[in-house]
Design a binder for this molecule. Structure first.
Ligand SMILES: Nc1nc2c(ncn2[C@@H]2O[C@H](COP(=O)(O)OP(=O)(O)OP(=O)(O)O)[C@@H](O)[C@H]2O)c(=O)[nH]1
Ligand SMILES: [Mg+2]
Length: 457
């Protein structure tokens, strides 16, 4: 599906990959090539423009890390931007938070794959999620449409609503929910009729069904092979109806992939599933990061840059730990530590590297330093002069007032930060004195000043 796009991007990246230096001209050239590749893959023009602008902005602002080449770094930026365009990290699951039987409504143009998708979803929900699913066809347009769904239901091993000749779609929908309630189904999947093009009659019919059933999901089924048209269809349905998610079918075909890339940006609705064949098990959750790595074929580089970023953090943390262990630890170090901690989302990163500090780590973890507190502390230190950071002893009332004002905090908060810092410095000094042997003999309790030793803090 994404083969051609993938090939083109890769030949651009190949030239890039090993380069030691990159100037603005190189990046501009690469962006031109990426732009052409995306347009050629049928990605909608505004989406391409946004994408390129985003990559350009990030590439110009990015700090280059030592252990990766600038080319690799740009490739990583392209990857991240692509993940975003596809909807951000992680699949968006079906929303089933509603009173059972939860109605799921499938809409879309003729032949887009609604009925097949209904069968696929029923199979998935019955087998993987162990739900009791009822399939109902509201398609009174095409002769034998209801039979088609009944047969799919049999293949999926899921019951379907008995066919009553002459009922309108709305009547069938109501009956489906009645049966769903009476027979205690978890989910009722409603398959609607398609039209050759978006017309008022189709929209009115679907709207009346939607209003009568209040579906938890209104899934738009679109054929990825229709390229730019798929996006226009999605936009029209979304404007008329409001869709909660998109199922992109025929991803197994030789479509150029643009629809997948444009869909989220144009409609705002997440792609929830993709269909990749006629068989009932050919339905996949849509994971933007996996799709991006399929398109870019860059798993290696992305992993490498992520690792480098981690190592950078790791190296900084180790340098800090060494300083702490030597008892040389000033407010500047403390600020770095706070930054590290807020980046890693855990308090224990640095302390955890010191030998035998597991217990303290736990206690620190419990001290409720949430990220806003961390940010305020960093702001306070940032408002100090270099000298003040190195020699906190000189911080008297007037300086504290200035720092509080500069960081948008209070003198009280400045004092609290200094107290925290003192406690940590104290702990460092104790550790110094005890040395490794003392630590083993006395255990962690020898280290604990009031703040970290007691249950309260
Ligand atoms: N290759 C491939 N074929 C698919 C996929 N999904 C559906 N089809 C085929 O596309 C054709 C039309 O699918 P349907 O599910 O009947 O489409 P529909 O939207 O219900 O069509 P109408 O009810 O007529 O509007 C069938 O032959 C399906 O087997 C897919 O993901 N890949
Ligand atoms: Mg159908």
């Amino acid at each position: 599906m994404f083969d051609s796009l993938s090939d083109k991007l890769n030949s651009t990246f190949d030239r890039f990959r090993g380069r030691g230096t990159l100037d603005a001209e190189d990046v501009a050239e690469a962006l031109r090539e990426i732009r052409l590749a995306l347009l050629d893959a049928d990605v909608a023009l505004p989406v391409v423009k946004d994408f390129i602008a985003r990559v350009r902005e990030r590439a110009s602002g990015a700090e280059v890390m030592d252990s990766v080449t600038p080319g690799q770094q740009v490739i990583k930026i392209v990857n991240d931007s692509m993940v975003e365009a596809l909807g951000g990290a992680g699949a968006v699951p079906l929303n089933l938070n509603a009173v059972a039987p939860v109605p799921i409504l499938l809409v879309g143009l003729q032949g887009s794959g609604k009925t097949t998708t209904a069968g696929k979803l029923a199979l998935r929900l019955a087998q993987k999620a162990r739900k009791k699913v009822l399939l109902a066809s509201l398609d009174t347009q095409r002769p034998a449409a209801q039979d088609q769904l009944a047969q799919l239901a049999t293949r999926a091993g899921v019951p379907s609503l008995p066919i009553v000749a002459g009922q309108t779609p709305l009547e069938i929908a109501r009956r489906a929910l009645d049966v769903g309630r009476r027979e205690v189904y978890d989910i009722v999947i409603l398959d609607t009729a398609g039209r050759l093009s978006i017309d008022q009659a189709l929209m009115d019919e679907v709207k009346s069904v939607r209003d009568a059933t209040s579906p938890a999901e209104t899934l738009l089924v679109v054929d990825a092979m229709t390229g730019q048209d798929a996006v226009n269809t999605a936009r029209a349905f979304n404007e008329a109806l409001g869709v909660s998610g998109i199922v992109l079918t025929r991803m197994d075909g030789d479509a150029r992939g643009g629809a997948a890339l444009s869909m989220r940006a144009i409609t705002g609705a997440p792609i929830k599933f993709t269909g990749s064949g006629e068989k009932l098990d050919a339905l996949e959750e849509f994971h933007p990061e996996r799709v991006a790595s399929r398109i870019l074929g860059l798993g290696d580089v992305v992993g490498l840059v992520e690792k480098a970023a981690e190592t950078l953090d790791q190296e900084e943390a180790e340098a800090l730990a060494a300083k702490m262990a030597r008892g040389k630890f000033d407010l500047e170090d403390y600020r770095k530590q706070l930054n590290q901690i807020s980046k890693m989302g855990s308090l224990s990163s640095i302390v955890g590297m010191l030998p035998g500090m597991g217990q303290l780590k736990d206690q620190l973890g419990k001290a409720n330093l949430d990220s806003s507190v961390l940010k305020r502390q960093v702001a306070i230190i940032s408002s100090m002069t270099k000298t003040e950071r190195a020699k906190p002893d000189i911080l008297k009332a007037s300086r504290k007032k200035r720092i509080a004002a500069g960081s948008g905090t209070s003198v009280q908060e400045v004092n609290k930060l200094l107290k925290n810092f003192d406690d940590i410095s104290d702990m460092m000094k104790r550790m110094q004195k005890l040395g490794q042997k003392g630590l083993m003999r006395h255990g962690m309790s020898a280290l604990m000043p009031g703040r970290f030793g007691g249950a309260k803090h």
